[in-house]
Design a protein around this ligand. Sequence first.
Ligand SMILES: Cc1ncc(C[n+]2csc(CCOP(=O)(O)OP(=O)(O)O)c2C)c(N)n1
Ligand SMILES: [Mg+2]
Length: 940
Amino acid sequence: MTNWQGVTGVNRAYVLELYDRYLKDPNAVDAETRALFATWTPPAEGADEAPVALGESALQKAVGAVNLAQSIRRYGHLAAQLDPLGSTPLGDPSLDAATHGVTDDDLRALPPTIISSPLADGAANMLDVVNRFRAVYCATSGHDYSHVFVPEERQWLRAAVENGQFRAPVDPIDPVALLDRLSQVESFERFLHRAFQAKTRFSIEGLDMTVPILDEIIGDAAEAGASSMFIGMAHRGRLNIMAHVLNKPYAQILAEFKDPVTKGHFQDDMSWTGDVKYHAGAHRAIPNGREVRMVVSMPPNPSHLEAVDPVVVGMARAAGTNVDQAGPPVFDPTMSIPVLIHGDSAFPGQGIVAETLNLARLAGYNTGGTIHIIINNQLGFTAMSRESFSTSYASGLARGFKVPIVHVNADDPEACVEAARLAIAYRNTFKRDFLIDLVGYRRHGHNEGDEPAFTQPLMYQKIAAHPTVREIFATTLEARGLITAAQSAEMNTKYLGTLQVALDGLKPEVDFVEPIPPVPPSGAAAKVKTGVPLERLGELNTSLLALPDGFNVHKKLVRGREKRAQIFAQPGERSIDWAAAEELAYASILSEGVSIRLTGEDVQRGTFSHRHAVLHDPGTGEKYAPLQGIPQARAAFEIHNSPLTELATIGFEFGYNVQEPSRLVVWEAQYGDFINGAQMILDEFLLSARSKWGQRPSMVLLLPHAHEGAGPEHSSARPERFLQLAADINVRIANCTSAAQFFHLMRRQAALLLVDPLPLVVLTPKSLLRHPFMASTPQELADGRFYRMLDDESALGRASEVRRVLLCTGKMAVDLLTSEQREAARNVAICRLEQLYPLNVDDLRSMLNGYTNAEEIVWVQEEPENMGYWDFMRSNIEAAAAGRTVRLIARPRSASPAEGSSARHSYHQQLLVEAALAPTAPKASGRSRGAKPAAEKVAG
Ligand SMILES: Cc1ncc(C[n+]2csc(CCOP(=O)(O)OP(=O)(O)O)c2C)c(N)n1
Ligand SMILES: [Mg+2]
């Protein structure tokens, strides 16, 4: 174009018009043109040959033709035939030539070169080009990525579509092999339909192409060098994908349909639960000679739709992260690829999808791009699309995250293969999410026992008459002369035969495999040594306080750091506060070669401004994380302020944790109260994964908890909910009343990661973070260990005088132990439970037996009676109380966890303390003086 001689007539007018646009806004033209115009000088008026006189109308025609082509690029998907059931596409006026003031004749008169596209190569004229555009953009694939704001990405996508690089013949497809695969997929469903008529299987039929799409993604990913892929999906098509993508043996699947009664799985104590067959996980190793080239895994998931999304993404992140070196971990986006298969109703409906999409580009959560596939059957149970989402497409939500989208008709296998190739190539090139909206239908009801015609009579009339994709493709290949009808039929016979052989030879009791987690060695937690020699602690402290050359800290932190430098001056002085204990615990864990990942809202500074795990130089804004800089560390430390969500972030950490169980994963809530936003992940994954799926999570939840007058939503981490879910071997729950206890608890957790892993829930302090009572001595860090219960040391010398034993935990314990009334209450002992679950009743009994003259055992909690610990503690205390009166002091039953007034809180808290330390035990039916608002219940 730099040669002006070559640009004449209409082209010349068009170039000038484009140049004009470029001058007004360089971004108004594409990058190629922009580059050319950067060095191009337009001819002077009347220079060289006189420009062909171009009337206004000719210019308009050229512009109209270009605008038409551009509109097809942008909006062609609205006219694409995406629905196999033949519904009329929405269309758009911008796709009509008339809207742009041009006719076919006008287009025919225009040269193809006025638009830059591989599709213009060799075209006779603009009409030819427009027809080629329609064939690409308005056929059975809808390319929806005008919302991608990065010009390079948009151009790459456009070029990939227009030059056909992922389509045959440029990228060949073996259509016969594809038909064979579809035959396998279809035969599986037909066989199960016949063999297990009444059983739910959530058939893939209508979206059969999901399997070949996954084949393509897996093949390309392995070729590109990825070592792992994680597939997250719900019920629909799961068994088919397990069988054919994860290679789960037919025998095992068929045995699950038989649901045999075997000795191993049916225990008389009714303790084993397991899960339904379409929730199970599986994995498959793809070999490369004798080596494993890539491992494809599908983790188990609950019925809660989309809940597995952040879990899968977290798994992929963990698999791609190397933590072997000190400092920040090294994440390699090429190592692992997450693939999420969504339902068309669930994708727009479930908020966790948006939360997961939002993680994609955050430094602490990025995975190098997730491939999303919406298996779009245009129904959610009985609800139609128009009842399920407000966006135009089921995929609409992804547009806001700038995720390129291809909608593709599931009855066009070759278009589907192209979409899959495009998805993985884009992901590998740009390391970003891509979405395939696979539009099909659902051949049966929601499950196979459902009657879909109750609610979608017309749709199901169409479906009943609609040939399967296999049948359609077989007809196509027959027409192309690639196979005969007999060969096509033979494919089905072959696969049905294989399944029949598997069923005939089935030994359900043997073939039925259910995950049972190994039983941890008994007493492992008690045996762990968590003390760290004083000298080493001192060295760690010094290293933690060291700063890189020239790095300054905020002046308000200087005094605290000076004090911190002195904490090891006197081994017996209570100089170590919670924050120091935490940081020293992490430093010592890193020095032992265990990596740590700590996330949560604002965790770098800490909600209560106590942690400062990442320092900011006030002059330069530079950041420094001491735990990444200490020379003693032998493993990576990762810390991220999380986005403002509890649900997806805990899901992500859970996934990270189960994928790489040797790393310590810690998530902290801003306030414990917000943990209920993640209830679904706690219920369905963290606390039940072991029982349902044999998984062994071990992540830590730090939940600031205490009634301090900050209102109903800044008081309670809802310990009652964790205690209700605590059963069998599934969690440890603690509420520590000293910095040393927390130090040892965290160190114990790190030491148990591979020996006796369990999730750890810690109810952590807020105002108590800096309370002198909580401070510990260096010696307690060096010599001590984590104590599950703390007896009242001050009462030991007068144990026989004690008439009442108070049992309590956390802030309530501190309030009692530091109250003015305590001194006078000589006949009261205050014992603390630092670990609430598992609770050793024998230990509790021994502690209580030390108070031989105690008449009553009182559980004191700041939470209302219907919350907190009482429901859980009551039977345990009764079991340990040896017939003594057991009662409760607590706020009365309440719908809301706490007062919305600081003054009322303080008054009520004082009443609780007074009631607990009242000189004489009240009679069973009475109330103690001043305890009016407090509920006192006598148990047993
Ligand atoms: C969180 C949640 N809410 C409700 C349900 C009950 N449910 C199971 S499948 C389904 C419809 C799902 O529709 P879609 O996402 O389109 O998937 P499809 O079954 O059509 O493949 C519903 C509402 C569920 N499993 N999970
Ligand atoms: Mg659906």
